[in-house]
Design a protein around this ligand. Structure first.
Ligand code: MG
Length: 304
């Protein structure tokens, strides 16, 4: 590997997932806390959030970076539904929204059992159209990434939202701070990060995995892996079911059996990542001030 290689190989299987000559590229710097990268293959662009600056940015391969939405309501994580529409978590109004093709915004969820959500953080869309999102309290802890408020929910839940009816159900309620989440490629499993150690050092820095039952419920939760540097936040699966997750020292890659395969070292704390590019073989990484990318041989599993 090159002297400035960003790779740390912990298991020989990692060698097949990375391009050893590929360098980590910084595509943009100037955020306060970059998060929520989402790739638009049809538009050949990446959107992501700069939460404290209350804006969303857009990167295109030839044209650099522009503002996509400002103010963004302190938007955090994003995904796309099966029609390609942007689905967003917004800390400010404490809601999950969908951006329609004409640019108008539809509120999908802002309350559960008659009480406001905490501050939706990250979101994935299942192939049946259901929207699964996490609801920790980060966006209401202070006025930095939202508006300071007391939580109205008794717990920090993960929810399943049925978009045609608007019904939402808590599918798991025992996380300190549920954060990033990702389905396995066959959607038989859901991985959920607990980032609660950010404010309580006694919380385990782990990702848990659940069996998805009947496509609508979670069962058999167990620890999938523990992050050895910082907290887990956003994550994505590749086509082989490996989990690529954020950590303080970079992106960590875990095999489906939970073993650490390797790391892509990043100079700033990583918050989230997504696969993009025309062949979904390029990782886009949000890390504190910056957006980075690196080509890999793995292919992102999840639409988009
Ligand atoms: Mg997050």
């Amino acid at each position: 590997m090159a002297a400035n290689s960003p790779y740390e190989v912990h298991d020989p299987r990692f060698n097949a997932l990375i391009v050893k000559t590929a360098e980590l590229e910084e595509l943009y710097s100037g955020c306060r806390w970059a998060e929520g990268p989402v790739w638009f293959s049809d538009l050949n662009c990446l959107l992501w959030s700069d939460i404290p600056n209350e804006r969303m940015l857009r990167w295109v391969p030839e044209g650099g970076v522009s503002t996509f939405r400002s103010p963004s309501n302190f938007a955090n994580g994003h995904s796309r539904d099966r029609q390609g529409r942007l689905v967003s978590c917004e800390h400010g109004p404490r809601r999950v929204t969908r951006t329609e093709p004409d640019g108008s915004i539809t509120i999908l969820a802002d309350a559960y059992q008659g009480r406001r959500l905490n501050s939706p953080n990250d979101v994935v869309v299942k192939s049946d159209g259901s929207i699964w999102f996490t609801d920790p309290t980060y966006g209401i802890l202070s006025n930095y990434e939202g508006y300071k408020a007391e939580p109205e929910q008794a717990s920090r839940n993960v929810y399943r939202l049925q978009p045609d009816t608007g019904a939402i159900e808590a599918v798991v309620s025992d996380f300190a701070q549920p954060n990033g989440l990702a389905f396995s490629p066959d959607e038989s499993k859901l991985y959920i990060a607990d980032s609660g150690a950010s404010h309580d050092g006694t919380v385990p820095r782990h990702i848990r995995v659940f069996d998805v039952v009947d496509g609508t419920k979670l069962a058999n939760g167990r620890v999938f892996c523990t992050i050895d540097n910082g907290n887990p936040d956003g994550m994505r699966a590749d086509l082989d079911g490996n989990i690529w997750t954020s950590a303080a020292d970079g992106v960590h890659c875990f095999a489906p059996d939970g073993s650490l395969l390797g790391k892509i070292l990043v100079p700033q704390i990583v918050s989230n990542l997504t696969f993009g590019g025309p062949r979904r073989n390029r990782l886009f990484i949000t890390a504190t001030r910056s957006l980075y990318s690196v080509y890999v041989t793995a292919t992102g599993a999840q639409y988009p």
